[in-house]
Design a protein around this ligand. Structure first.
Ligand SMILES: C[S@@+](CC[C@H](N)C(=O)[O-])C[C@H]1O[C@@H](n2cnc3c(N)ncnc32)[C@H](O)[C@@H]1O
Length: 255
């Protein structure tokens, strides 16, 4: 079984849950993405790993055309149906691998990728592919859940994530993401981190986590060592339990 088929299985069977997910459909990173991109009406935009289509839709009314790409076909079907229901029928939906884009060099004015890079087995290859398809002077807005800088806390948080979703690869600390961007020859002009309070039950429901894994996740959350607990910040109890994830927001420009 390849990693790609793991992703397609996980997201294919949960596609509609990602369309209706509150944390994906709203959240401050959507508005930050638009503000940082400063879109212009003539732009051609690529949204990589579009999921339920929320980033693509947030950008669509500001630019000439958005192409939304995802590796999971049922996700594209669900996102397209959602867009059409919102009266946004003009987006283009493409099945493809965000690590190896099926587009010519220097095609896009803007590439966006929101809350998805942590599923990519080779994020550096992906970012190089995005750089290739941007025009000189083109912008990338990368938004992804980040991991702790502390190595031990990072291992703990990523083990927690993988237990919930076997297609999870890694939450990278911001310094590592910036290094990937610089190695792909981007100028990184803005970095920020946004806190995201997550409903613990909803987070597990979205991936249909089995009962045994739910028990293990609950124990991992509440028994987390201090370094990871500071990051996950569990609160509440029972069905009202919440914890924190953190979104890194990066604006990078192709020279
Ligand atoms: C959490 S969803 C993305 C959310 C969406 N960008 C948003 O703003 O709401 C993650 C998506 O990444 C996609 N994905 C994972 N690996 C991919 C890859 N290598 N190429 C393209 N899409 C990928 C999955 O199919 C899934 O739809």
């Amino acid at each position: 079984m390849t990693h790609r088929s793991d992703v397609q299985r996980q997201f294919g069977r949960n596609a509609q849950r990602y369309v209706t997910s509150h944390v994906h459909a709203s959240g401050p990173s959507l508005a930050r993405m638009v503000a940082l991109a400063a879109p212009e009406p003539h732009w051609l935009v690529l949204d990589v790993a579009c999921g339920g289509g929320h980033a693509a839709l947030a950008m669509a009314s500001y630019v000439r055309q958005v192409i939304a790409l995802d590796v999971t076909f049922p996700m594209l079907q669900a996102a397209r149906a959602f867009a059409v229901a919102q009266g946004q029928a003009h987006l283009v939906w493409v099945q493809g691998d965000g690590e190896d884009l099926p587009f010519a060099d220097a095609s896009f004015d803007l590439v966006t990728c929101r809350v998805a890079l942590h599923h990519f087995p080779d994020p550096e290859k992906a970012i190089r592919s995005w750089a290739r398809t941007l025009k000189p002077g083109g912008k990338l807005v990368l938004i992804d859940n980040i991991g702790p800088e502390d190595e031990q806390a990072n291992v703990y948080v990523n083990t927690f994530e993988t237990l919930r979703d076997p297609s999870h690869v890694k939450l990278y600390p911001p310094t590592e993401l910036v290094r990937f961007l610089k190695q792909a020859n981007f100028n990184v002009s803005h970095t920020e981190v946004l806190r995201k309070s997550m409903g613990f039950e909803a987070w597990m429901d979205r991936m249909q986590v089995a009962p045994e894994a739910r028990k293990q996740l609950t124990a991992m959350l509440w028994q987390s060592p201090d370094h990871a607990r500071r990051f996950l910040n569990p609160q509440g109890s029972g069905k009202e339990t919440t914890f924190d994830l953190w979104e890194g927001v990066f604006l990078a420009v192709k020279p």
